[in-house]
Design a protein around this ligand. Structure first.
Ligand SMILES: C[S@@+](CC[C@H](N)C(=O)[O-])C[C@H]1O[C@@H](n2cnc3c(N)ncnc32)[C@H](O)[C@@H]1O
Length: 211
């Protein structure tokens, strides 16, 4: 049996400290209603471009409007948080990630678009325990493994406000359909909002009070 061992210095994009040297670079976001140039970096998910799944989510999930409290679960360098802040200036957007470099990038990117008061960047355990969310938007970290992903999603989906909804983008070949079935079986009505280019955008709503 061949075993591949990854050196610690290679790190993963979902490590607390990505390990790799920093090499920031600009990334363009071009959506029909929002154009931004933000900064990404090595050691963070999709450091060279806006991930196509994230672009689909930002294009197809119903746009955030009004003054909701929004969670960007697994913010990376912050494209979802920054686009949401730009679209809904009265929303409060919590952007959380385990990766410390991702959090710093999101803070800096929010600041660069004048949204530092609006985008609250935090490590997951630092989010106030009584806070609930009207919307969750996420390109979740599928690669952390199924059990960890399930725990992560249950942890945060249970914090949707009454009437709240989550939109998740997941690649079909990384298990979007089985994830949808699993969520459905755990008390979350889950429908496929869009299916395109190998990605699904899932809409997830709690069925009862405490799924
Ligand atoms: C697929 S990436 C998406 C990043 C960014 N939202 C985007 O669309 O470019 C998933 C992110 O989830 C983060 N992550 C992994 N485990 C996490 C956890 N337990 N809590 C919060 N974020 C986590 C990773 O560090 C990574 O930045």
């Amino acid at each position: 049996m061949q075993v591949t061992v990854h050196a610690v210095s290679d790190g993963h994009y979902f490590d607390d400290d990505p390990g790799r040297g920093s090499d920031p670079s600009p990334v363009e976001i071009n959506l029909p209603d929002v154009a931004l140039v933000l900064t990404a970096d090595r050691g963070v998910f999709s450091s060279g471009r806006l991930d196509p799944g994230t672009k689909l989510l930002l294009s197809e999930a119903p746009p955030v409007s009004g003054s909701p409290t929004v969670l960007d679960l697994g913010c990376g360098w912050g494209p979802i948080a920054c686009v949401t802040a730009r679209r809904a200036p009265d929303a409060v957007v919590w952007a959380i990630d385990v990766n410390s470099r991702a959090r710093t990038l999101t803070e800096d990117n929010a600041s660069s678009i004048g949204a530092s008061e609006q985008v609250m960047v935090a490590a997951p355990d630092d989010v106030p325990s009584d806070l609930t969310f009207d919307r969750i938007l996420s390109n979740p970290p599928i690669r952390i493994g199924k059990a960890a992903l399930h725990d992560l999603l249950l942890r945060w989906l249970r914090r949707l406000s009454p009437g709240g909804v989550a939109h998740l983008v997941v690649q079909k070949h990384l298990g979007s359909d089985s994830l949808a079935r699993w969520l459905d079986g755990r008390g979350f009505a889950t429908t496929r909002l869009v299916s395109r280019a190998g990605y699904r955008v899932l809409e997830v709503r709690p069925r009862g009070e405490n799924p």
